[in-house]
Design a protein around this ligand. Structure first.
Ligand code: UD1
Ligand code: UDP
Length: 373
């Protein structure tokens, strides 16, 4: 038996781990997964709803860590996780993405000399003020198996001296989830319940610390949303960090006064994809949403100056527009004036829904080769 201990903690982690657990259950009887939830995200609509929607089994262990500064959150997860790992002694620890739970899982694995697999390795924004970039660089440098979504990630890792034998091009695991749930997504009633017309609204999601923790930047973003909402309704499922910051900077009233802005709580995965697929335009600073809009062929304006998902710029529907309001509004109005999508998407190779199976096959082979009997 190959014992894998998977560490998840935040919304995008749940979406990434769901297809891996499903693939293991269906096709890998020799792989046993222990699921650890760190508790980084804990609201119903940031955590449990994804377990329900995506049929993820209840975590075997819940660390219940919650929110905190970077050091305290990462440190507390490490302290609690170390105890679990010492008891479970897994063959491999699997971490996904780039959140603090990912970093904590990676550090615990490396310090206890347990082989580490990182799903969604090799992505780089080259902006070290982003907490996620630090998490990625450190996690990758500690990983034994680096599962990357595409060629660009391979290049990034080789440039950092990661040996080629540790890098596996497997594709994008978020697209496994997307493909598996497309028919359920189509049944979502979200556009009906919000009384918006298909192809007649924009969606915005934002939560990046660099965008929402800075008053000047967030004010510019809010101004852009207000301007756009006077042309087309803007649906805004608010991330808890953003909700907190809008209130702290007293910008929430401004948004709520605008008739065209529809503020809602974070939505479930099925509702999120339904909202994205039927939108005329998406504005986001989310990593996942950049990938999903490219595959769904929906125009995406990314509210950042750089992205780690460069394939979505070259082959997808993504465009970087920064955070300055006039630039965002003019990019949005160009899209809204065009009759069809300004760009036709080309889905990157291996973004085919089979990433989880490729990962499990590689882990199985790797363990067989390295296991000390
Ligand atoms: C985290 C990740 C980010 C990822 C995002 C996905 C880090 C450093 N950041 O950002 O990379 O893109 O998740 O959504 O790991 N809060 C709640 N309820 C919750 C969770 C959080 O109210 O269930 C609030 C708390 O006030 C908390 C704040 O949101 O302090 C930020 O949460 P945190 O997990 O630290 O970072 P995110 O912004 O969610
Ligand atoms: N998402 C969701 N509900 C929302 C907003 C986003 O289910 O209210 C989904 C989105 O479709 C994508 C994932 O959450 O699958 C992206 O997660 P997030 O933006 O929190 O993190 P990131 O990808 O930026 O790390």
């Amino acid at each position: 038996m190959n014992n894998l201990l998977c560490v998840v903690g935040a919304r995008p982690n749940f979406i990434k781990i769901a297809p891996l657990i499903k693939a293991a259950t269906v096709g890998f009887p020799d792989i046993k997964i222990t699921l650890v939830h760190t508790g980084q995200h804990y609201d119903y609509n940031m955590s449990k709803v994804f377990f329900n929607d995506l049929k993820i089994p209840r975590p075997d262990i819940h660390l219940g860590i919650g929110s905190g500064s970077h050091a305290s959150q990462t440190g507390e997860i490490m302290i609690a996780l170390e105890k679990v790992v010492l008891k479970a002694r897994p063959d491999v620890i699997v971490v996904v993405g780039d959140v603090n739970s990912t970093l904590a899982g990676a550090l615990v694995a490396a310090k206890l000399c347990i082989p580490l697999a990182h799903i969604e390795a090799g992505l780089r924004s080259f902006d070290r003020t982003m907490p996620e970039e630090l998490n990625r660089v450190i996690t990758d440098s500690l990983s034994d198996m680096l599962f990357v979504p595409g060629k660009n990630a391979v290049l990034n890792l080789k440039n950092e001296g990661i040996p080629a034998k540790n890098i596996f091009v497997v594709g994008n695991i978020m697209i496994d989830t997307l493909k598996q749930y497309l028919s359920a997504v189509r049944k979502s009633q979200i556009t009906k319940s919000l009384r918006i017309k298909k192809n007649g609204y924009a969606v915005v999601t934002m939560h990046r610390a660099g965008n929402v923790d800075n008053k000047r930047v967030l004010t510019g973003l809010v101004k852009a949303l207000v301007d756009i909402s006077r042309v087309i309704p803007v649906v805004f499922p608010i991330h808890p960090r953003t909700k907190k910051q809008l209130k702290a900077f007293k910008l929430d009233g401004l948004l709520r006064e605008e008739k065209g802005i529809i503020i809602i709580e974070p939505v479930s995965y099925l509702d999120s994809i339904n909202l994205l697929m039927n939108a005329r335009l998406v504005l986001t600073d989310s990593g996942g949403v950049q990938e999903e809009t490219s595959v769904l062929d929906v125009p995406c304006l990314t509210l950042r100056d750089e992205t780690e998902w460069t394939e979505t710029l070259r082959q997808g529907t993504n465009q970087l527009v920064g955070t300055e309001s006039t630039r965002i509004v003019s990019a949005a109005s160009r899209i809204l004036k065009s009759k069809r999508n300004y760009k036709k998407t080309k889905i990157p190779s291996y973004w085919d829904g089979k990433t989880s199976v490729r990962i499990l096959q590689s882990i199985r082979k790797w363990v067989a080769k390295h296991k000390v009997s």
